[in-house]
Ligand binder design. Structure first.
Ligand code: FE2
Ligand code: FE2
Length: 194
């Protein structure tokens, strides 16, 4: 697909999304899409793609655990043992499937930005970085440690912002005795090295 057409489809998209994920998550999604568009302006990425990827990044959040597993399996995507134990982690992978099947998105950049938005990965594309960061810093986020600093840094050096977000996430998971996804550690190590 070339450039995304965001006219009446985009309206449909928003209605469908709100019905699927509820108004609170919908507001979060609107926050991510606006923030992603701003980051795209800063980093010379396609603003409309960033907006749409931000809007749809959590489009699988309304699915139940069994549906998440089923959606990902049906698409032939590998499920890690951690994801088997915590199916909610699959909402990003499932989201790329739902965005394609339900919302008609066939743009690979958008789909991969949705796919990797929870953990990030080493060597992300600019759009993948933008969605990963926008998810964390969007205005509706409740206050997280160092959030003001991360918000500022996101518009100065996005790689440093990714490092800070991963560090925060890993600290939070460790402190609360929650399972750590290897992918988050890999992302942190990669962006820490600069
Ligand atoms: Fe998410
Ligand atoms: Fe999100």
């Amino acid at each position: 697909m070339g450039s995304i057409v965001i006219d009446e489809n985009y309206e449909n998209c928003r209605k469908l999304l709100k019905d699927s994920i509820g108004s609170k998550r919908y507001m979060h999604s609107i926050g991510v899409s606006n923030t992603a568009a701003c980051l795209a302006m800063r980093y010379g990425s396609d603003v409309k793609k960033a907006y749409l990827a931000g809007l749809l990044h959590d489009c699988a959040k309304g699915l139940k655990d069994v549906q998440l597993v089923e959606t990902v399996e049906r698409a032939g995507i590998e499920i890690s043992p951690l994801e088997t134990d915590n199916p909610e982690l699959l909402h990003s992978k499932a989201g790329s499937v739902v965005a394609k099947d339900k919302y008609g998105i066939d743009d690979k950049d958008i789909l991969s930005a949705i796919f990797y938005h929870t953990t990030g990965k080493p060597g992300m594309t600019v759009l993948e970085k933008i969605i990963f960061v926008a998810d964390y810093i969007e205005p509706n986020r409740t206050d997280l440690p160092g959030l003001d600093d991360i918000r500022k840094t996101a518009f100065v050096n996005i790689d440093t912002a990714i490092e800070m977000i991963c560090k925060n996430t890993l600290d939070y998971l460790k402190k609360n005795g929650k399972a750590i996804d290897r992918a988050t550690v890999d992302t942190y190590e990669y962006y820490r090295r600069g």
